[in-house]
Write a protein that binds this ligand. Structure first.
Ligand code: WT7
Length: 566
C-alpha cells in the first residue's frame, strides 16, 4: 500500500533554518539582500550578475550549456563581461530605457546573454518561444510596437519584417546575407567588457510575456524589477537553491517559467544554471542530469510522465545520484508520477503553482512540508489564499470555487499592455482578491486541490493555449467554415487541442485534409497550438440570442462520449 502522504526531507533546507511554520512573513525582510536597498535604485541584471562578482564569486560557474557540440561554460565574471559587451552594442544602436526588445533564440547561452544585456540598459525584454511561427511572432511584436529584435539567422524565415513596421533594428547572433541585420556577436567582440548599469525604479518595466485567455489574442503581461524580491526568495525557499547547486529548469524563456525560474531566480541566488538545447528525449534528458550533475531540477508533469513511460531500465543506465530536489509546475501533477519518482529516485516531486500574471510561485510544497499527492501544496509564507463563491464570499474547506489570492505580493504583474479592462478583470470582487481563473478547493489543513479552469483556456503539456487564437487560424483555411476549440483530457499531455469544425462546400473531409489543416495551424502559429484531433460537425453549438460559440457544450459532448466508450 502506498502512503497517502509523503513526509518532508530530512533537513538542510534554507526554509527549515529560516522560517517557522505558521509565522507571518513580511516581504520587506528580503529587501536587504539587494544593492538597491542602499541606493534606492535597481536593475535585475545587476542583481543577477554584478552583485555576485562584487562579492568575490566571479569565478563561480553561472551558465553551463549542453547541446550540440562541446559544452559551454560562463563564469559569473565571464557572463558580466559578455552581457556588458552586448549591452554596449545595443546602446550604440539606440536601444534605451523602456524600449521593447524581443529575444527570439533557441535554448543557448546567447538567449540568456541577450535578455540580460537588454535588461542591463533598462529595456523591457520580450522573450519569444523558440517554436513560434511567423504569425505568433508578428502578433506579439506588433502589439507592443517592439523596436528591436535579437534572433538567429535560422529563425529569420519566421520574421516577416515587412509586416512588423515598428522594428528599427534586427540583431542576429550569426551573420547572413542581409546587410541591414546587425551581427551582434561579431560587434560585441570589439566592445569594452565594461558597461554602465542603467539604474531604474522598482516599478519600471522588466519583461513582457504574451499569454492566452479564453477570448481574443494573447495579452502582454508586463512585470517590473521589483519581482526580484519574490523571485529571489522563492528560489531560496521553494527551489531551495544553495550556492553550489547545479540547477536545471527545462522550460524555454519564451514561457514565463523559463524566464523567472530559468534565468532570474537561479542567478539571483548565484547558482549554476544548466541550459540544454534540443528537444525532449528521455535518454537525452537523463544524460543531461548525469553529465551536468544536476542537483535541483524544475520541470513539468508531461515531461515526468514521458520519462515514467520510458520505463525503469532506461533510468537505471544513468547515474542520477546528484539529484536532491525535484519540482514541477504548469499543469496538474498526478499522484502516480509522484510515487514513481519516490520509488525510482527516492525523491519527492514538489508541485508549485503560479501563473504568468503572478510573476512568481504562490502555492507550493516547500521542502519542510508533508506532501499530499494530488494537492499543489499550500500558500508560501507571505501569501494568503482563499476559495470564493460566485459572489466573492469565502467557501468552507472541501467546497470548490474560484482560487483567489489576497493582494498584493511583490511579483504581481505591473499591467496588461494597453488593456486596463483586462487587468481589472482579474479583480472582479474588488481589489482585495486576485482571481486566478482556476477552480480549486482547500482541505482541512489548507492544502490546495486544483479542479480545473473556470474559463476555456487549454493547458497542453503545461503550455497555455487560447482557443480563440486557434479558432481564428483554423477559419483562415479555405476548407473550414467555423471552428470551436477545446482541451480534451489526455493521459500524457494533460489535455490535447481538439477542434470541432464545419466544412465549406466542395471539400471532402478525410485523413488528407485533416493533415493539411493541422499543418496549416502548425506552420502559421506553433506546433503546440495545432489540433491533434479535428472532428467535423453539421453545425456548432451556439447561444440562441447572440450566436456565441458554446465551447462548454463541445466539452460536455466530448466528456459524455468518453464516459460511454470506456
Ligand atoms: C495556469 C497558468 C507560471 C507557471 C507555468 C504556467 C495552470 C500552473 C499548476 C499546477 C495545476 C497549474 C493553472 C494556471 N497551472 N501550475 N501546479 N497544477 N495547474 O503558467 O502559462 O501562465 O498558466 O497554469 O491553470 O492558471 P501559465
Amino acid at each position: 500500500m502506498r502512503d497517502s502522504v509523503l513526509p518532508p526531507h530530512s533537513g538542510g533546507s534554507h526554509i527549515q533554518k529560516e522560517y517557522k511554520e505558521g509565522e507571518p512573513f513580511d516581504w520587506r525582510n528580503v529587501h536587504d539582500v539587494f544593492t538597491w536597498s542602499k541606493s534606492g535604485q535597481v536593475n535585475m541584471a545587476y542583481e543577477c550578475i554584478d552583485r555576485h562578482v562584487n562579492a568575490g564569486k566571479g569565478a563561480h560557474r553561472a551558465l553551463y550549456y549542453i547541446g550540440k557540440g562541446k559544452a559551454i561554460t560562463y563564469t559569473y565574471h565571464e557572463l558580466q563581461s559578455e552581457v556588458s559587451r552586448w549591452a554596449n552594442v545595443l546602446r550604440r544602436y539606440g536601444v534605451g530605457k523602456g524600449d521593447y526588445v524581443f529575444v527570439f533564440l533557441p535554448k543557448h547561452p546567447y538567449g540568456y546573454i541577450a535578455m540580460l544585456a537588454a535588461i542591463r540598459i533598462g529595456a523591457v525584454v520580450g522573450p519569444l518561444f523558440e517554436a513560434f511561427m511567423e504569425e505568433a511572432v508578428k502578433d506579439r511584436i506588433n502589439d507592443c510596437e517592439g523596436k528591436y529584435l535579437i534572433t538567429d539567422q535560422s529563425f529569420m524565415d519566421r520574421v516577416n519584417k515587412e509586416e512588423i513596421p515598428s522594428l528599427r533594428h534586427i540583431f542576429t547572433t550569426d551573420s547572413g546575407n542581409d546587410t541591414t541585420e546587425i551581427s551582434i556577436v561579431e560587434e560585441a567582440r570589439v566592445e569594452s567588457s565594461f558597461s554602465e548599469v542603467e539604474w531604474v525604479d522598482l516599478e519600471d518595466g522588466l519583461n513582457i510575456h504574451y499569454t492566452s485567455g479564453s477570448t481574443g489574442k494573447p495579452k502582454g503581461i508586463i512585470h517590473a524589477h521589483r519581482n526580484m524580491i519574490q523571485q529571489y526568495q522563492t528560489g531560496r525557499w521553494v527551489l531551495d537553491l544553495h550556492e553550489n547547486d547545479v540547477y536545471w529548469c527545462t522550460a524555454h524563456p519564451g514561457w514565463v517559467t523559463g524566464t523567472v525560474y530559468g534565468v532570474f531566480a537561479p542567478l539571483l541566488n548565484g547558482v549554476t544554471v544548466v541550459i540544454h538545447g534540443g528537444r525532449f528525449s528521455a535518454e537525452a534528458w537523463y544524460q543531461v542530469l548525469e553529465e551536468a550533475g544536476v542537483t535541483v531540477w524544475y520541470s513539468a508533469p508531461t515531461a515526468f510522465r514521458m520519462l515514467q513511460a520510458e520505463g525503469e531500465d532506461l533510468q537505471k543506465k544513468f547515474d542520477l545520484s546528484s539529484l536532491r530536489h525535484i519540482l514541477s509546475v504548469g499543469e496538474p501533477l498526478n499522484p502516480e508520477v509522484i510515487y514513481w519518482a519516490y520509488e525510482t529516485l527516492g525523491l519527492r516531486i514538489h508541485d508549485t503553482w503560479w501563473m504568468t500574471e503572478t510573476g512568481a510561485q504562490l502555492i507550493a510544497n516547500v521542502p519542510t512540508r508533508t506532501i499530499k499527492p494530488g494537492s499543489m501544496g499550500r500558500p508560501i509564507p507571505g501569501i494568503e489564499v482563499s476559495i470564493l463563491d460566485e459572489e466573492g464570499s469565502p467557501l468552507p474547506a472541501f467546497e470548490t470555487g474560484h482560487l483567489a489570492i489576497r493582494t498584493s505580493w511583490p511579483s504581481i504583474m505591473k499591467e496588461v499592455w494597453k488593456n486596463k479592462q483586462k487587468f481589472n478583470s482579474y479583480f472582479p470582487y474588488g481589489e482585495d482578491w486576485y482571481i486566478a481563473g482556476d477552480l480549486a478547493y482547500l482541505d482541512e489543513d489548507g492544502y490546495v486541490f486544483f479542479q480545473g479552469r473556470s474559463d476555456d483556456m487549454i493547458n497542453s503539456s503545461g503550455e497555455r493555449i487560447g482557443p480563440f487564437e486557434v479558432e481564428s487560424k483554423l477559419i483562415e483555411h479555405p476548407a473550414i467554415k467555423e471552428a470551436g476549440v477545446i482541451g480534451k483530457p489526455d493521459d500524457v499531455r494533460g489535455e490535447i487541442v481538439k477542434a470541432f469544425v464545419t466544412i465549406n462546400h466542395g471539400y471532402d473531409w478525410g485523413e488528407e485534409l485533416f493533415k493539411e489543416v493541422r499543418l496549416f495551424v502548425k506552420d502559421k502559429l506553433a506546433a503546440h497550438a495545432a489540433p491533434r484531433e479535428i472532428e467535423v460537425l453539421e453545425e456548432l453549438p451556439k447561444t440562441q440570442i447572440s450566436g456565441k460559440l458554446l465551447r462548454r457544450e463541445l466539452k460536455k459532448r466530448e466528456q459524455e462520449r468518453a464516459t460511454f466508450s470506456s
